[in-house]
Design a binder for this molecule. Structure first.
Ligand code: CIR
Length: 255
């Protein structure tokens, strides 16, 4: 059960962050702020206490706080983000999490982005991507094993992060892009594949008994409605222009 979330206000130069989505057009700051506020309000409406960190102009991607830590009941694992321009974002996340949790760290040469890390029950799936390397995975697996969690490494291939393509939508269900439809590591789960053109919506955010989904993806919305869980839609247009999605904008945990 999540009770808390940490978010960070996007900085004015957020559109200078990393992106491969230039074809979607230039991201707009005032709209981004509005959408970010709606995101925070949605978390609050689900009963979460939301700690809002200040914007960080030196790191245009810093509002994607998910990449800087992985938080479980027992501990917060501070990552070492894999993109050079994001290396260092983790420094100011640590005190925000240390208020609630004991802390461990992924150390260089290990790299890891939290967007590559999915937890289902006591099982972690860790994408090996351009951001998360084998050494990062090894350190992470060792840390979480001390708390009774398993971790398996899964190649990510084309996408940015593992959670760009695979997310938990409650019970034994995973929502995946076609790239992960035959993924061996996911055997045993009930797999729902995003319809063509709706791959972006594979990044659904499960908060307790509610699923948050990006607006504008009717096929995925139908899949989520069929789970019987409550569903909230949010406009994610400006986050998407910077390769971000729902999970990226917060760290969720129980405190
Ligand atoms: C980046 O490329 O690092 C950012 N522009 C987007 C990060 C999105 N984070 C996530 O999916 N967890």
């Amino acid at each position: 059960m999540f009770t808390h979330a940490i978010v960070r206000i996007p900085c004015e130069n957020f559109a200078q962050g990393l992106t491969t989505s230039g074809h979607l057009g230039a991201a707009d700051y005032s709209l981004m702020l509005k959408q970010h506020e709606a995101y925070c309000d949605a978390l609050r409406s689900l009963g979460l206490t939301v700690d809002v960190l200040e914007a960080q102009a030196s790191y245009p991607d810093a509002h994607f706080v998910e990449d800087t830590a992985v938080v479980i009941d027992e501990i917060a694992v501070i990552t070492n983000p894999g993109a050079p321009s994001r290396s260092g974002e983790q420094v100011s996340i640590e005190p925000a999490l240390a208020k609630y949790k004991a802390v461990a760290r992924i150390e260089a040469p290990g790299t890891m982005d939290g967007g590559d890390v999915l937890l289902v029950g006591k099982q972690f799936f860790v994408g090996q991507s351009e951001r998360t390397n084998a050494e990062g995975f090894k350190q992470f697996a060792r840390i979480v094993a001390e708390h009774g969690y398993q971790a398996v490494s899964v190649p990510v291939g084309e996408g940015l992060h593992f959670k760009s393509g695979v997310n938990h939508i409650g019970s034994n269900r995973l929502l995946v892009t076609p790239d992960f439809a035959q993924c061996e590591a996911l055997e045993g789960y009930e797999i729902f594949v995003t319809p063509e053109g709706e791959e972006y919506a594979a990044n659904a955010l499960l908060i307790n008994d509610t699923l948050i989904t990006p607006a504008g993806f009717p096929g995925v919305r139908a899949v989520l409605d069929a789970t019987g869980l409550d569903v909230i839609e949010l406009d994610m247009s400006e986050t998407r222009k910077m390769d971000g999605a729902l999970t990226c904008l917060s760290l969720r945990f129980s405190a």
